[in-house]
Design a protein around this ligand. Structure first.
Ligand SMILES: NC(=O)c1ccc[n+]([C@@H]2O[C@H](COP(=O)([O-])OP(=O)(O)OC[C@H]3O[C@@H](n4cnc5c(N)ncnc54)[C@H](O)[C@@H]3O)[C@@H](O)[C@H]2O)c1
Ligand SMILES: O=C(O)C(=O)C[C@@H](O)[C@H](O)[C@H](O)COP(=O)(O)O
Ligand SMILES: [Zn+2]
Length: 361
């Protein structure tokens, strides 16, 4: 079974990747030495319909007492309102400091449930069971948890590492096309910043199927794990590289009601904009930009910004980017494929131009 160890001293954990693992979740927790008697499974209504029975049965089979707590599907659930509702529901269900949270779902459920775990009774452990490409290749690893507010994406949250990540690629079989494709934006991001060779592997995948090799998922997790190990709390300009495409991408995602655009779709636009900035500020060749763009196209990801989204709104939303320091813009660029860095020479005029660039193909 491919497995990736995330080495963070006393916060270290394993990411296990294997088809069929969901139905073995109870046993897998025990084997990992996670023995909390009470388990709060947090999921969304769609994911629960497909996959919660298998998880709940596997936990009950090990003598655990799981309770299931659901939020509506989609980005709008990543809010403080849902954090409070989930915490209160867990209290009423009898959960306490000895309980474990298990997040079953995509990045929304993972970020939300992880944040709930970080504050419930001042912090309890949690385990990620990711069910989207976004969550399997990216969000379930690294410990960034949190919620959105009207002012911008992920502006409230905490670093709280999971104790274990259980990835079952078979769960991707129930994803609709749109949700399947969006996830590849994050894998393309990983290739662009750290692993140019993976661009070829992504190019050889069939975007109309649902089969994603466990090794490809593990390769993405390993890229992310090595970055997180080097800069867990994003204080050294290393973890910020994982934010390639996210400055303008998050600005766009927050410019429409949450959920209208999927995260990966917004990041696809953000990557295209960041490639232009990289050509102008870091010497990226247009041929290398074109390779990344053709991969985004292959996975049917958007490259053109809808006319109703104004450049000024995107500029206002991105002004709260967490990488900025005292308002000064800090932007992730590619110098070449597989090599990224943070620069501080990008102006707000450059960002406006890059957003305008998204209006035509
Ligand atoms: N913490 C991090 O490091 C990190 C990294 C990347 C993204 N994120 C966050 O993740 C979120 C996006 O995650 P997402 O794209 O997974 O969105 P999501 O969790 O909303 O999932 C997308 C949709 O797919 C459905 N779904 C999920 N799994 C399914 C399955 N197996 N079968 C059928 N339907 C399924 C969900 O119900 C939802 O409607 C954003 O909020 C983003 O900010 C966080
Ligand atoms: O884990 C990270 O670090 C990332 O930047 C991964 C991103 O894909 C993810 O969208 C993350 O939530 C963005 O972080 P933020 O700090 O910009 O909210
Ligand atoms: Zn992201």
């Amino acid at each position: 079974m491919p497995s990736v160890h995330v080495d963070l001293s006393n916060r270290s954990y394993n990411v296990l990747v294997e088809p069929g693992l969901l139905a073995q979740a109870g046993k897998t927790l025990k084997k990992a030495g996670i023995t909390n008697p009470r388990v709060a499974v947090i999921s969304d209504e769609t994911v629960a319909g497909f996959h919660s029975a298998s998880l709940m049965d596997s936990l009950a089979a090990e003598g655990l007492q799981p309770t299931l707590h659901l939020v509506p599907s989609g980005e709008a659930s990543k809010s403080m309102t849902h954090v409070e509702a989930l915490c209160r529901e867990m209290i009423r269900a009898g959960h306490d400091r000895k309980s474990l949270v298990v997040a079953l779902g995509g990045g929304v459920v993972g970020d939300l449930a992880g944040f709930v775990a970080s504050i419930f009774y001042r912090g309890i452990p949690f385990v990620q069971v990711p069910t989207t490409i976004v969550a399997q290749v990216d969000s379930s690893v690294g410990g960034k948890t949190g919620v959105n507010v009207g002012e911008g994406k992920n502006l409230l949250g905490a670093f709280h590492q999971p104790r274990l990540v259980i990835v079952d690629p078979d769960t991707l079989g129930t994803l609709p096309d749109r949700e399947f494709h969006e996830g590849f934006a994050e894998a393309i991001k990983h290739a662009a910043i750290r692993d140019a060779g993976m661009l070829e592997e992504l190019a050889s995948l069939d975007p109309s199927g649902r089969g994603v090799p466990a090794d490809l998922i593990a390769r993405n997790i390993a890229i992310k794990a090595r970055v997180v190990e080097a800069d867990e709390h994003e204080t050294r300009d290393i973890r910020a590289l994982l934010n390639f495409g996210h400055t303008i991408g998050h600005g766009i995602e927050a410019s429409v009601p949450y959920g209208r655009m999927l995260h990966g779709e917004a990041i696809s636009l953000g990557i295209r904009a960041a490639l232009l900035v990289s050509e102008r500020h870091a010497g990226l060749s247009p041929a290398d930009s074109a390779k990344v763009i053709s991969l985004l196209e292959k996975f049917h990801l958007p490259l053109v910004l809808a006319p109703e989204i104004s450049t000024e709104t995107v500029m206002e939303k991105l002004s709260r980017d967490k990488k900025f320091s005292s308002g000064a813009i800090r932007f992730v660029v590619l110098e070449g494929l597989g090599s990224a860095k943070v620069i501080d020479t990008v102006t707000s005029g450059d960002l406006r131009q890059a957003i305008e660039h998204l209006r035509t193909l």
